[in-house]
Design a protein around this ligand. Structure first.
Ligand code: PMP
Length: 382
């Protein structure tokens, strides 16, 4: 049996407008490789800690498999409250103007936030380069993503944001440490952005999915330490190696969290129950050895590519975003095609940007593979 429906006619403009051609082109090229050195995947290469795995198994065996309350299970919410209290002095409770909710991944929190604040015609300012879903989220809400160009140093500063603000601006979205550049904003930069947003009555959304992946001596700075008029969005997937569990959270002004809960109740209902129980004690896991390992990998990238390309030294996340030297005369897709010929997968810059001058490396891969991949890239860039 085959479908006779004209599905193309039925699809919404919303979905037709979603731009996936760049990723598809990269994917099509990758099919040619049998055993590639894959430096394109944005997911950690370590296993979930045994204590967390065991907690997931226990939750299933203890029949904690049903719906949970929309905001999340009490124990997990409690650990999120404690975390934000110890980091930024945020207080939660019946009298508080702050609240938190567990979400289906960081992407789930971003989706609920955008749908809760953006009406058709509204604007949200996002960095360029950006995490691929940011412009899509604005489109889904029939709003406009205004790209704040951060080239060549990739710093999303208050000065750069200010030039993008219009009467239609509802929100600013920042991401530090950043995908795809690894740039980490300073305390002064995030404070200035928070102040600007407060003055202009604009919501500041801070996507902090890589908050734990920051390489000493750099520290993670959150605008939450300065302001409570901020929506903090974080995830568990990258930090604890469980991206497929789809777990994240959002915390910020109670009225906004209430709106997001309303949407969540009538769409996703709740985050996966077992995974919520599994992550209650996640903050007990010592991440120090992991960060040391990722710092070494970052150093490998800088050592092997720093002198053959323009590279902003990543201070966090697990990405680097080197520039393709002009003398090569190659576009992003030309360059990644060349890399594929040598069995190395990276992603061209136009997947993350309206510029096509850079490419993204993910160094969340074992050191031997990373070294082989980097030496191929070094040769191609020289
Ligand atoms: N924000 C950023 C900056 C990301 O890089 C990602 C994932 N690559 C997400 C959000 C979405 O994360 P999750 O898998 O938790 O939905």
């Amino acid at each position: 049996m085959s479908s006779s429906l004209d599905i193309e006619r039925l699809l919404s403009e919303r979905v037709n407008d979603i731009e996936t051609s760049g990723i598809r082109r990269a994917w099509a090229l990758a099919q040619a490789c049998e055993d590639p050195i894959n430096l394109s995947i944005g997911q950690p290469d370590f296993c979930v800690d045994d204590s967390i795995k065991q907690a997931a198994i226990d939750a299933i065996l203890q029949d904690k498999n049903g719906y949970t309350q929309t905001a999340g299970v009490e124990e997990l919410l409690h650990s999120i409250h404690n975390r934000l209290h110890s980091q930024y002095g945020w207080e939660f409770g019946p009298q508080s103007t702050l609240d938190a909710m567990v979400t289906s991944g960081t992407a789930g929190a971003l989706t609920l936030a955008c749908l809760s604040i953006l009406s058709p015609g509204d604007e949200i300012i996002v960095p360029d380069p950006y995490f691929v879903i940011y412009p899509t989220l604005a489109r889904i809400a029939e709003a406009k993503a205004v790209l704040c160009d951060t080239y060549p140093d990739f710093r999303m500063t208050a000065e750069r944001i200010e030039t993008c603000i219009t009467s239609k601006t509802k929100a600013v979205l920042i991401n530090s440490p950043a995908n795809p550049t690894g740039v980490v904003l300073t305390e002064k930069e995030v404070t200035d952005i928070a102040m600007l947003c407060k003055e202009r009555n604009i919501l500041l959304i801070t996507d902090e999915i890589y908050d734990e992946f920051v390489f000493p001596p750099t520290n993670h700075a959150s605008p939450a330490s300065f302001s409570e008029d901020v929506l903090v969005i974080r995830g568990y997937g990258k930090t604890y190696g469980c991206t497929g569990w789809r777990m994240g959270y959002a915390a910020g002004p109670k009225l906004l969290i209430d709106a997001m809960l309303k949407l969540k109740q009538q769409t996703f209902v709740c985050a996966p129950s077992v995974m919520q129980h599994a992550l209650v004690n996640a903050y007990d896991v010592d991440l120090t050895p992991l960060i040391e390992r990722f710092t070494k990998r970052r150093d490998m990238v800088v050592d092997m590519l720093g002198d053959v390309t323009e590279l902003v030294v990543p201070e966090g996340a697990f990405y680097a975003f080197p520039k393709i030297p002009k003398k090569l005369g190659m576009s992003g897709i030309d360059f990644i095609s060349k890399a594929v010929e040598h069995d190395v997968l990276v992603i061209q810059g136009d997947v993350f940007s309206h510029h096509d001058t850079h490419f993204r490396i993910s160094y969340a891969v074992p050191e031997d593979k990373l070294e082989r991949g980097l030496s191929v890239l070094r040769t191609l860039l020289t």
